[in-house]
Every structure is written in C-alpha cells, then in structure tokens.
Design a protein around this ligand. Structure first.
Ligand code: MOS
Length: 747
C-alpha cells in the first residue's frame, strides 16, 4: 500500500509547525536580522503635505550630523529607466516614489533617505532634513471627488462592470425591495513585523534580504526598476512576520535601500517604522457600496444590484473589487455590478486580506439580512432559498460546493434554533443579546509553481520551492505533502523556501500558495520516489535488485515488495550506497478547469453579541463557523489561520479605522495605540470546523486556499447580530458605540 492518500496519510494531520522551535528559540532569521559586515542603517523621511512640489530640501544639517553617510533625495538620486516606472505590473511592481522628481502625491510619501553608521544616528539625522513645499490643492474629500469617479480598465482580468439577465424586469416582479448604502473606512496593514529590507551589492550583483510575500516578484520588479538582468538579483526571505497583502508588492523602500547601498558600496538596512506603515506601503481603500435587492414574497431573489466606489491614488489605479461577490453568491436571474474609482491624494491602496471580498461581502450579507427582515423570513432560510449551484454571471457550476452542510453544521453548533427573531427580544441580565449570521466566501486561485526534491546520502530528503511562509505554515504543510508523496515520515523531510535561487513559485497572496506549490511538491516527490525505486532495482547490493518497479511500495521510509517480505530495505540504506544524490524537479500548473468551473470556497458564520443598552458597548463572546475549503492539509494550521481571519473580521467590524486629517491628508492615528485592533480580552470563543470535501477538480491534492476566507462573513454577521440585539442597523464601519447610540432605528 502506498501512502498517497486516505488513512495512513500524513496529509490533514494536526502536525506541529516544523519551524516552531526555531521561532520560539529566536533561531528564525527575519529580514532585518541578517548580520552583514559593515552594515549601515537607513531611515526614510516622509512628506508632510498631500500634494505639491518640493521647492527646497535642505539636508545640510542632516549631512553634518554624527555618523551620517548619505542623504538621498531627488537632488542626488540616480536617474532610473522610465523614471522608475519600468517594472510597473502589480502585484509586485508598483508605481513607486524613487526620487525621480520633486512631486508630492500623498502625505507620508518618501522624499529622502538618511543613511548612518547606527540606527540611532540615522533616526536623529532624519529629523534634521528640512523640506519646503509649494503645496497644491489636494483631492481629499471622498464624497466630493466621487462626482468624478471613473471605471478602471479591468480588475485583474475581470471586467469592472458585469450584467446578466434584466435587472429592470427583475425589479418589476419583486414584491419586496431593499436598497441600502454601506461604507467601510481606510484600513492599514500592521503585521507584527513591519516591512524591512537589507540591500547588499557584490559588484553588479544585488542580494536583498526582504520581508516579502513574493521573492521572485521582488526580484523581477527591482531588477527592471534598476535596469538589471533578473538573474543579477537574489531575494532571500526565509521567515516573514505576517504578510496580508502589503508584502506582496515591492514598495519604494526596497528599491531605495538598493539605491543607497550602491552609492555607499556598503550593505544598507531599511526598516519601515510603525507610523510609516500608514501611507507608502498600501492599505485597504475607503469604500462606499450601494446594494439593491428584490425578492418575491417567498424569498426568491429577482435582482441584485451592487455598486462600488473606492478611492485610489492620483498616480496608480488599484481597485477594491467588492461587487464581484454579488456575481456568484446567490442564484439570482438578474444582476448588475459596477466598480468606480475615486482619485485622492493618498498612497495607492493595495491587497489587504480578502481584498474585495471582505468589504463586498459585508454589504451584500447585511443587505440579505435586511431583506430577510422585510420578508419576515429567517435569514438562514432566505439564503437556502437562493442557494446557488452556479455562478450567477457566468453560469459556470462550482467545482465543489458544500455550503449547505456548512450552514447546517454551524447553525447546530451555535444553537441558531434558540433565536427569537424579534429584535431586542433576547437578554442576559441587563445586556441585550443578538444572534446574527452571514455567508463567507473567497475564490480559489492557483498559479504555476516549481519544486525540487533530492535524496541526501543520510537518507533524508531536501525539498525546495521558492515560495514563502508568511506565518501560514507553508514549511509544515509542504513537509506533509512531500512526506506523503515520498512515503516517508515527515521528520525525514526538510523543506526549504524563501529564496529566488530555488525553483520559482507564485506570490503568497490570493490564498494560493498551498494550492499552487502543493501539486509541484507532490509531483517532484513522486518523480523522485520512482527514481529511488529504479535505483534499488539497479543496485546489485540491494535486496530489491532486478525487481519490476511497479511491484515496489514505499511505506514509512522502507522500500518493499508486499508479497515477498524478505525483499525490503530502507531508503537510508540505499542512499548510503548511492554515488551521487538523486534529484527530481517538477512544475505544476493549473489546467483549463476555470474555463468550465467556478472555483470558490465557502463558509457559514454565526455570531453572538452582547450590547450594553445604556452605554452601547458591544462585545462578541462567541463565533461559530464551518468552512468548505476542500481538504485541509493540516488541521491545526488551518484552524489557526481561520481563527486569525475571524479575529480580523471582528476587528474590521468594530475597531479598525484609519482616520485622515481632512486638511492635509495625513492619517492621524498612525500607531497601534490609536489604530485599534483586538486584544485577547476582546476575543471570546471561536469554534471552527471543516466539512472536508476534497476538490480534485481544482488540483490533485483537493485543497483550496484558506488564508483569506476567515475574515469574510464576520463583519456582516456582527452587524446582523447587533441589529438583532438592538433593532439598530449600522451600515458604516467600524460599528462603534457612538454610532450605535446616535442611530435611529429604521424598523
Ligand atoms: Mo492576500 S490580500 O492576497 O496577501
């Protein structure tokens, strides 16, 4: 029996993280922790106006400060190919601020870099750089600029607008209508590890130690920006302290550190500080969404209309694709979805966990709750009434969809049947109690990936791919995939990643690493297993010499023939006699499945809130969620990712809000004291389960990504629970107590 799948497989088991002890003992090296001889320290100076020109940048005092080696600005920066725009191709290649001109497009735009012998000297000198500006009137008023909103050319290959059926006809036959407007604020990325880069030149060769979700993307973007061949740049990133979209792109600081290091002929370290996370490295844009739904008396949807407005910068289009979710969530014969961009003088927004889905799902799933109330239907019953077997706009069937099972499982574990549908009807002591639910969803993405596997002389295996572990558990789950395909215990496999010298893999974004890299690792390891068997059959010293390879199994690191128990030996024994290591490489790419199938993950989220009726304080003691994410590779890391996503969903619902000063476009709460995120005391019980149906139509491992779906559904379920508790509908995130106390009940 082989160990490919099924019982006995290490796939799915809650294996501890293979890198856990390295992390807990401080042995895991993050980008800023590489020790290089002669390393010097760079600190960015950022603009203090939102729009205008730099008329004078006086760096004399900074240059004369102790330890200062260089002040780089538009006055002395080298001219780059195409003014620094040669690599423009998101996700990795963005429109950067590389000191090619004197223009300022947003507050906290990099305008200079100070490099010194110590970090303290660089910080002190950076404060001495004196910029004077000729300010211009900045676009900062989202509501006013919305009048000039425009459609982006496309949203990652999808059209910005999509219509199906006839919405007007759908509206004529509807008995009940809901038409509601929702807003979500700008949010900023705050992984525990901020962005950081060390740039080190050796002649014409550049090595970057970078905190990134995409080593080969950074390599390509930096090489093109600087006008170098890609193979002259190496990017190393073995550990990343969280990456939720921001580290998918090579932002200005990466190239700036390389420019400084080249000028100084010394390695340069540049760490983006916490306040600098609020501007030059992207974030979630502000959105305004209008969702209109119509249904017959029995709850059958007759139309959906979903319009999105989101801000972008004045120098790059980036779209929060919120309305896309309404193209696939429910069976609805008529629909229209649109996306419009509002130019503002802000940094360019970017991917932030479940970009599009997290915001779009909030609007749609709250509108569905409002429709359920208007119809006097149970919110779960309304969703079941409109259960989709196909994507509404394309008509493609789902590759594998078990959302009904998620609804049933989560409703049962939550105790949804105990819900009294009337708002303000449930109490616990003084507190109002509310139960709310929503559907979670995220598309399944996959891209081409390569992997290499080698048998070492000691009988262990080294398996490699130039992917990333952004805290998600890639080291661990790829070890499991490799061990399973090789037929050996996971302890015999060492998985390596995070280096452009390794076989190429895609960005660890869009929840696609496991589904992309897993099949490549599996293919390389299966190939290598066949090579090991063939080697045994050839080796005169092996008890398996002369055997037909098809008769050999590999189990727990032992080569054996089932019906001839005497003919067996360990892989370690065979490896010890090999003249050179056996090695196999493989590439795995998606087929044409997305041409005929809709590829999505789903989940059901149920939330309990407690609201203080006088003070409006909102607590979330309990969240129950069930997910259909294909086959979980590791129950423990999968649960951990989904719990993390759910906590972020709570944060999205109740806390996070990047507040911009309307006069100068500066985010004023640019720190973790005032940009609120949940602490342990804010988080109650989170119950996560999986329905576990492998999706082999999507990839040979049957897995779909799980990085982002956890955040979706939660903001809507919290909003719906607050409505159930209080009778008040909050359509503007975050749902803070002041909004609750000042809101007039619509029902
Ligand atoms: Mo995720 S926003 O694709 O890193």
């Amino acid at each position: 029996m082989t160990t490919d799948t099924g019982t006995g497989s290490v796939i799915g088991r809650p294996l501890d993280r293979t890198d856990g002890s390295l992390k807990t003992t401080g042995g895991a090296r993050y980008a800023a922790e590489f020790r290089l001889a002669d390393l010097c320290h760079a600190v960015m100076v950022l603009s203090t106006i939102a729009r205008g020109r730099i008329v004078d940048l006086d760096s004399t005092r900074a240059e004369n400060a102790p330890g200062v080696l260089l002040v780089l600005s538009h006055r002395n920066a080298p001219t780059l190919p195409e003014h620094g725009r040669a690599a423009f191709k998101p996700p990795a290649g963005r429109a950067l601020s590389l000191f090619q001109d004197d223009e300022v497009h947003y507050n906290r735009q990099p305008i200079a870099v100070v490099v010194a012998d110590t970090f303290e000297h660089a910080v002190a000198a950076a404060a001495l750089v004196d910029a004077r500006y000729a300010p211009e009137v900045a676009l900062l008023d989202f509501e006013r600029e919305r009048a000039s909103a425009y459609a982006p050319k496309e949203i990652y290959g999808k059209p910005p607008d999509a219509c199906w059926g006839d919405v007007d006809a759908g509206a004529r036959v509807a008995d009940v209508h809901v038409d509601a407007t929702f807003t979500t604020p700008m949010q900023n990325h705050n992984p525990l590890e901020p962005h950081a880069t060390i740039a080190d030149w050796d002649g014409e060769h550049l090595t970057l130690y970078d905190a990134t979700q995409y080593v080969s993307g950074v390599r390509d973007a930096v090489a093109k920006t600087l006008g170098m061949p890609a193979d002259s740049v190496r990017v190393v990133s073995p550990f990343v302290g969280g990456g939720f979209g921001c580290k998918g792109s090579a932002w200005s600081h990466v190239v700036l550190s390389a420019m400084c290091a080249r000028k100084l002929a010394r390695p340069v370290k540049l760490v983006v500080d916490r306040q600098q996370m609020f501007g030059p490295v992207g974030g979630r844009p502000r959105t305004l969404q209008r969702v209109a739904l119509g249904a017959r008396k029995d709850g059958t949807l007759t139309y959906v209309r979903h319009e999105l407005f989101a801000n972008t910068s004045d120098f790059e289009d980036w779209t929060e694709a919120s309305a896309v979710v309404s193209r696939m969530m429910y069976a609805c014969p008529n629909g229209a979805t649109t996306h419009r961009l509002v130019k503002l003088n802000t940094g360019t927004p970017t991917f932030q966990r479940a970009p599009g889905e997290a915001t779009g799902n909030f609007a749609l799933e709250v509108a569905m709750d409002e429709l359920a109330i208007a119809l006097a239907l149970d919110p779960l019953a309304l969703r079941l009434r409109n259960y989709a077997e196909r994507e509404a706009d394309t008509g493609k069937p789902f590759s594998s969809k078990h959302l009904r099972e998620c609804y049933a499982r989560a409703a049962e574990r939550f105790g949804w049947a105990r819900r009294n549908p009337s708002p303000r009807s449930m109490r616990d002591g003084r507190d109002l109690v509310g139960f709310g639910m929503a559907t979670a969803s995220y598309p399944a993405h996959r891209m081409t990936a390569q992997a290499r596997a080698a048998l070492m002389p000691d009988g262990t295996f080294v398996v490699q791919s130039g992917t990333q572990d952004i805290g998600t558990g890639t080291y661990t789950v790829m070890t499991q995939v490799a061990a399973d395909a090789l037929g050996v215990p996971p302890a015999r496999v060492r998985f390596e990643l995070g280096d452009t010298n390794l076989p190429r893999a895609p960005v660890s974004g869009g929840s696609m690493s496991a589904a992309s890299v897993g099949p490549a690792v599996q293919a390389a390891c299966r190939k290598l297993r066949q090579m090991v068997i063939a080697q045994a059959a050839r080796d005169s010293a092996s008890p398996l010499q002369g055997v037909t390879p098809g008769r050999v199994s590999v189990d727990d690191g032992v080569l054996l023939i089932r019906d001839e128990p005497s003919r067996r030996e360990t892989i370690a024994a065979l490896a010890g006699r090999a003249e050179r290591p056996l090695e196999a490489t493989a590439e795995a790419a998606p087929g044409k499945e997305n041409e005929r199938l809709a590829l999505h993950s789903f989940g059901a989220v149920f939330v309990e809130v407690r609201v203080d009726p006088d003070l409006g304080v909102i607590r979330v003691p309990r969240i129950v969620a069930a997910y259909d994410i294909g086959r979980p590779l590791n129950e423990k890391t999968a649960r951990s990712q989904l719990q993390g996503g759910i906590v972020w969903g709570m944060s999205f619902a109740l806390l996070e809000d990047s507040l911009m000063d309307a006069r100068n476009g500066r985010i004023v709460n640019a720190n973790l004291a005032e940009y609120h995120v949940p602490v342990n005391a804010d988080v109650g019980t989170i119950d996560v389960t999986f329905v576990d149906h492998p999706d082999y139509a999507f990839n040979p491992l049957g897995i779909r990504g799980i990085g982002e779906i956890g955040i979706t559904g939660v903001p809507a379920a919290v909003c719906n629970a607050i409505h159930h508790a209080t009778g008040r509908r909050l359509r503007d995130l975050p749902m803070t107590l002041d909004k609750l106390l000042s809101n007039t009940p619509p029902y």
